[in-house]
Design a protein around this ligand. Sequence first.
Ligand SMILES: *Cc1c(COP(=O)(O)O)cnc(C)c1O
Length: 391
Amino acid sequence: MTKDIPDNLIRRTAYPDSVSRAVVTPLQPSVVYASPDPDTLDSQYDGTAFGYTYSREGHPNATVLAQKLDALEGVTGGFITNTGMSAVTATMFGLLKNGDHVIGGNQLYGRSLRMLSQELPRYGISHSLADPTDAKAIEAAITPKTKMILVEVVSNPTLRVADMEGIAALAKRHNLILVVDNTFTTPRAYRPFAHGADVVIHSITKLLAGHSDVMLGYVAAKSADHRAAIEGTIVTLGLTGSPYDCWMAERGLMSFHLRYDRAEENAAELADHLAELGAKKVLYPGRPDHPDHNRAGALLGPRFGNMVSFEIDGGRKAANTLTRAMPDMAFAPTLGDIGTTVSHAASSSHRGLTPEGRTALGMSEGFFRVSVGVEDIALLKAEFTKGFAAL
Ligand SMILES: *Cc1c(COP(=O)(O)O)cnc(C)c1O
């Protein structure tokens, strides 16, 4: 036995006392928290004392991040989950049961659609899809078993704007839980709780964290009963986000407003530039030729967002030519990165549909969606000019 190893090496020690404090939120990776005695632990679990226990049940970095998102959304008690999809999972599995029916927007995020069509049916939960730009279509889908409506404010990738006022009114009238996935719009453009939503979901992965280096989700509910049910599902199914990811997302969130404003400004200019370059169709809610331009203006403040879609002729061949001619624009199936990314519905988000199914939604082989970033607009325009020149 060597004698020079200190006996207390595995004792965890506190930081030295310091009269100055860290400027940056500390990263707290501890999985477990030590309480002074069983009485205190009891009071932590029954809620009379606040204290962390086991990080699947919550940890300081999740609390700090959730409180910032709560402030943005105008709510309290939101939860951080390890992906946007786990926020959807927590909502569905927490609030629905065998026999229930849910109505989804017909252009929901692809994995949310699969949740409704492939996962929930195995647990006896049925669904219908309806066009959220038409509140009457949503209302017509209501059955005696309907319990919830799940909508996104702006659809992906055709950027149609839902009739949020009409849907909120009918959700109230029929006593249905209105769940709004606010990922695309962000609280910069729309705050669903101020307009009748019961539950708000985010993929933090996208614009909120904003650097494509962290996956997280967020879910908040207005009612304490919904909150308790969602929390139970998160903790039991193991959907909690990790401290490191929360810490990274908090860092990203600090520049969210700046990134959003710059990206939105760029998007408006790029949309016009694409039209000038001769794109067959340009979709941007801020353009007067967008089918939902007026509604977008009224609903979103007008904050028309950082997403622009466009269409070119020439099928898959032209689509390949365009992305190859713009190697600095990451061709990647995501959105909300600090840099511009270009995605192609037919080979990614909507590859599961038949060509006819895609055409019905207005997405040909030449249909692209651009998540506009914060680059210098001159560079951005030059890049697309180069892409179109190659066609
Ligand atoms: C990306 C996204 C999700 C899923 O989020 P992940 O973090 O990728 O799991 C859900 N809804 C919308 C609208 C999204 O864009």
